[in-house]
Design a protein around this ligand. Structure first.
Ligand code: HEM
Length: 233
């Protein structure tokens, strides 16, 4: 009897792995190696393509978390934890680009990137909306449970489910800020802080973004809680 080991899925590639992951199509999306301005351009394009895929995936999970929040706050917290881990992956992968000499970046920046800017990233634009998408169902949950964020912080044990959700929202927010901060340090390391981007935006503007939380009211609540505790000495 002959064993049937060949691919059974439709698609390009000689194995089901390649056909499912769509490896041939993915690799076609990369600039041919003989067209690269220099070898480091490959790292730059791969990093951005991978980031775009991950950012779109986070957007998908954020939508799921928003949908679950009212009926299953812990399920929403689990998904936000997943999103936070993905953002941590993005932060880790950005550091790889620090191994590139600034002059290598300038070579392909001036010859390949056109007027492209990270601000045009569709994935990033979606992630900037994540705060609003999650805040509305969170408010609806608080209204349904007749709770405020401050009451949750005052008594996490009594409001365990909601507290877990708040923690996951803060974790996600913090991961996103750390990613933005790490990207800012990368940009300063490669092009400096005193120059204009390809869109004419000062690179130093990245600093403001690394200080803008998605859930400012939650951070405000932590400060309010602190102000309620006065020293007794
Ligand atoms: C050589 C490496 C990099 C340099 C020098 C750099 C530089 C910059 C600069 C100067 C800006 C601000 C102005 C503008 O939009 O043009 C920016 C924005 C941005 N870049 Fe990069 N970048 C690098 C790598 C990356 C990577 C790997 C990603 C991955 C997604 C990325 C995503 C973004 C995003 C999302 C923005 C908008 C950020 C915001 O508005 O706060 N960049 N980048």
């Amino acid at each position: 009897m002959t064993a049937h080991t060949g691919p059974i899925l439709e698609g390009k590639g000689s194995t089901d792995y390649e056909r499912y992951v769509r490896v041939p199509e993915l690799l076609e999306l990369q600039k041919p190696k003989d067209k690269l301005v220099n070898p480091d351009e490959a790292l730059f394009q791969t990093t951005h393509q991978a980031a775009e895929l991950w950012m779109h995936h986070v957007d998908w999970e954020v939508g799921r978390a928003a949908g679950l929040m009212m009926d299953d706050p812990e399920g929403a917290a689990d998904l936000l934890h997943r999103c936070r881990l993905i953002i941590d992956v993005l932060r880790e992968q950005i550091i790889v680009l620090e191994t590139m000499a600034p002059v290598a970046y300038h070579e392909f920046r001036t010859q390949s990137l056109g007027r492209g800017s990270g601000q045009e990233s569709p994935g990033f634009k979606k992630l900037l909306e994540a705060g609003k998408r999650l805040w509305e169902p969170f408010q609806a949950l608080l209204a349904a449970r007749k709770l405020t964020a401050l009451e949750i912080e005052r008594d996490p044990r009594r409001n365990r489910e909601c507290f877990r959700l708040v923690q996951a929202m803060l974790d996600y927010d913090e991961a996103f800020l750390k990613w933005r901060y790490t990207h800012m340090r990368l940009a300063f390391r490669i092009i400096g802080s005193k120059v204009l981007s390809l869109k004419g935006v000062p690179a130093a503007q990245l600093e403001a973004g690394s200080r803008e939380p998605l859930f400012p009211e939650l951070w405000e609540t932590i400060s309010t809680l602190t102000s309620e505790f006065k020293p007794t000495y």
